[in-house]
Design a protein around this ligand. Structure first.
Ligand SMILES: [Mn+2]
Length: 339
């Protein structure tokens, strides 16, 4: 059962139904859940309005340069997508998806905060309450689950295009239904989305299994650099590696392409916690953390200025030295383990 109060649902639904302009936002560097949820709701609203142009519906995220991750570039709804710097001012309602705090809105944060109504749709335990209306279910394995309920409560059917986006959110955040947050209801939702006829095999391939050849070399370099620290995380072990911008340079690979490296690193059985330190194009170090359950990496990431949940979290480091990042995480991990 959804823990979201019906008064919150009603307030969000009433505002969206009476709005002339709606801005739907994923968090910065959107993943499949953020963009899939925002676009799923956007496409549902657009399908409902028919031929008219009211309400104006825009989907965006607060990055500049504005780059849709390569594994999501197939997603339908391109006509709704507006670069952050070109978003129309003064929307009646802003709805954020998968952002646990307003700083996750990047350069669109000021616009969102001055909107007449700011609705946050999320599932992170670290959600800080920044929305005027919070549609937040921390038991949901993906924001897409909450997004789907929002569409239902708006009285709109989910067509194949919206379903493809929501399904992307579902498989992204559940690791294709492998992670602990997956429930019978998650599979029921997947079944419902499949009923629309979506090409789930092509979606999975595009999201997880399609990389440029050059990625294989970067992956090899990153794996060759992996360190195992059995004493870390109160003796439960940490495995980590770093991927620098210079590693991506020979093939001019975009930053978002290195995101899935964590899914290989975390396979090491000897370590409870896995980490990948990734240098972005500006030289900042962005850190991905994964836990098998004993350690709460969401708490680690939150303590270091980021967010996430027990099993998956991340932050952007204040330091640009890999050794300092590793040391800070090692330190934070010692208090994040529940025996
Ligand atoms: Mn999510």
């Amino acid at each position: 059962m959804s823990p979201i109060a019906s008064s919150d649902w009603d307030q969000a639904v009433d505002a969206i139904q009476s709005a002339h302009s709606i801005l739907l936002l994923g968090h910065v560097s959107p993943d499949g859940d953020a963009l899939g949820s925002a676009m799923g709701v956007g496409l549902a609203l657009a399908a409902q309005r028919g031929d008219g142009q009211v309400p104006r519906i825009e989907v965006s995220f607060g990055d500049d340069p504005f780059v849709v991750p390569a594994n999501l570039s197939w997603m339908p709804g391109e006509q709704l997508l507006v670069p952050a710097t070109e978003v129309s001012p003064n929307p009646d309602v802003v709805v954020t998806f998968d952002a646990s705090s307003s700083d996750r809105l990047g350069l669109l944060r000021p616009l969102a905060e001055k909107a007449p109504l700011l609705v946050a749709v999320d599932h992170h335990r670290s959600y800080d309450g920044f929305g005027q209306v919070s549609l937040v279910d921390t038991t949901a394995p993906a924001t897409a689950v909450v997004a789907r309920e929002l569409i239902s409560r708006l009285g709109i059917d989910v067509d194949a295009d919206a379903a493809a986006c929501l399904y992307t959110g579902l498989i992204t955040d559940t690791g294709s239904f492998r992670y602990a947050g997956t429930t019978p209801q998650t599979h029921a939702l997947a079944a419902e989305l499949l009923e629309t006829g979506i090409a789930f095999d092509e979606i999975a391939r595009a999201v997880f299994d399609a990389v440029p050849f050059g990625y294989l070399g970067v992956l090899g370099t990153a794996l060759g650099r992996c360190q195992l620290e059995p004493e870390a995380a109160a003796g439960y072990g940490l495995v980590w590696t770093a991927v620098m911008a210079a590693d991506r340079a020979p093939d001019d690979l975009p930053f978002d392409l290195v995101e899935p490296i964590i899914d290989v690193v975390r396979k090491a059985s000897e370590a409870e916690v896995a980490m990948v330190v990734k240098e972005d194009d500006l030289g900042d170090l962005r850190v991905s953390l994964r836990s098998k359950g004993v350690a709460d990496v969401g708490a680690v990431a939150t303590a270091l200025g980021g967010g996430g949940h027990r099993y998956a979290a991340g932050f952007t480091s204040a330091s640009r030295e890999v050794a300092e990042v590793v040391s800070a995480v090692r330190h934070a991990l010692d208090t994040a383990v529940d025996d």
